[in-house]
Design a protein around this ligand. Structure first.
Ligand code: CUA
Length: 360
């Protein structure tokens, strides 16, 4: 009968149109998804595998998104209510068992495939290198700074900036002193929460020589007012440069050691330039101090707030900056890890210097 063949032909045409639109939209979607540079440079050996995983996910998910969107759009157009159909109810439909089996099985197979692939990638990037060829750095988060503790041949020291050799695996033991933080170096791709009470881990191998240079470290978990400022730097050095840095660090008198052969600390230079070896921030970056020619505005003007204060107060202000806050300033802005990143000699020299120049 002619009445039957016309709608069937029309439906066939509709399906053809949907397929054409779907294929074109999928191609465009995948092309856009793959051509946008979503991530910063891939500077660890783990990063390449993670970026490939991302690309595979884009290729697998764009067709699914397009399929659903195209069917929804065509259905809205094709089966919309037309004038005169206001009171009509559609024909009763029982369902379609074959269709339901297909739309359950296909996504299930897709998901099992992607999960398996993701698991294989994760096992690969977490694999430990051959014994002995790995350095452990303990990363401690606290409001609002990171401290990096090294243990090199029994010699322990801490820094405010991260130093790593290119081409060697490093395992981070991540801890927190207060709330949950998240240790993230976007260029390395890996990240993990720093949770009070437990130690979490991940490992990366900065590329050699591709990763040599500076990489931002970010706290990726909202942890309080200073969360946005909890940013430091990972310096990736060539192996010879790193060894030179290590030598300098291990040659320093051990923390707390009274041993005494330490060269006299130039407190004014320390105030102005910080400690380049540990990455301890220069006081002058944030504070004003006439004697050092410092004009920082972030923290209190030291010529004013330290006037008439004794050495004990100054020492406390350096080591536990949040204990007493000058009026008009906020806690959590000044790094609270100077006790780790400066040696006791450096702290004492700073206290002596500040006490002298602010009480002239
Ligand atoms: Cu620490 Cu956000």
């Amino acid at each position: 009968m002619p009445e039957e063949s016309t709608p069937r032909r029309e439906r066939k045409r509709t399906v053809q149109q949907m397929v054409i639109v779907g294929v074109i939209a999928t191609a465009i979607g995948i092309a856009i998804g793959l051509s946008i540079h979503w991530f910063p440079p891939a500077d660890s050996t783990q990063a390449d595998q993670i970026d490939t995983l991302w690309d595979v996910l884009v290729i697998a998910t764009v067709p699914v998104f397009v399929l659903v969107t195209v069917i929804v759009c065509f259905s809205v157009l094709e089966f919309r209510m037309r004038p005169g159909e206001e009171n009509l109810d559609g024909p009763p439909i029982h369902g379609n068992t074959k269709l339901e089996v297909i739309w359950t099985a296909v996504p299930a197979i897709l998901i099992v495939g992607l999960v398996t692939y993701a698991y294989v990638v994760m096992r690969d990037i977490e694999e430990a290198p051959a014994a002995g060829n790995e350095r452990v750095v303990t990363v401690t988060g606290q409001q609002f700074t990171w401290t990096f503790a090294y243990n090199e041949g029994g010699k322990k020291f801490s820094t405010a900036q991260l130093y790593l050799p290119a081409g060697q695996s490093v395992k981070f033991d991540v801890k927190s002193k207060d709330v949950i933080h998240d240790f993230w170096v976007p260029d390395f791709r890996m990240k993990i929460d720093a949770v009070p009470g437990i130690t979490t881990h991940y490992r990366v191998t900065p590329k050699n020589p591709g990763a040599i240079g500076d990489h931002p470290i970010v706290c990726a978990e909202l942890c309080g007012l200073g969360h946005a400022f909890m940013r430091q730097t990972a310096h990736v050095l060539s192996k010879p440069d790193f060894d030179k840095w290590l030598q300098k660090m291990t040659a320093k008198p051990a923390g707390g050691g009274g041993g005494g052969a330490a060269a006299a600390v130039d407190a004014k230079a320390l105030f102005t330039a910080g400690d380049a070896d540990t990455g301890a921030t220069a006081c002058a970056t944030c504070h004003t101090l006439a004697d050092a020619g410092a004009k920082g505005q972030v923290g209190p003007d030291l010529d004013k707030v330290l006037k008439g204060k004794d050495a004990a107060f100054i020492k406390e202000s350096i080591l536990e900056p949040d204990k007493e806050i000058a009026p008009g300033f906020q806690p959590g802005v000044m790094p609270s890890n100077f006790g780790d990143t400066l040696s006791p000699e450096q702290v004492d020299a700073l206290v002596k210097y500040l006490s002298e120049v602010t009480n002239k």
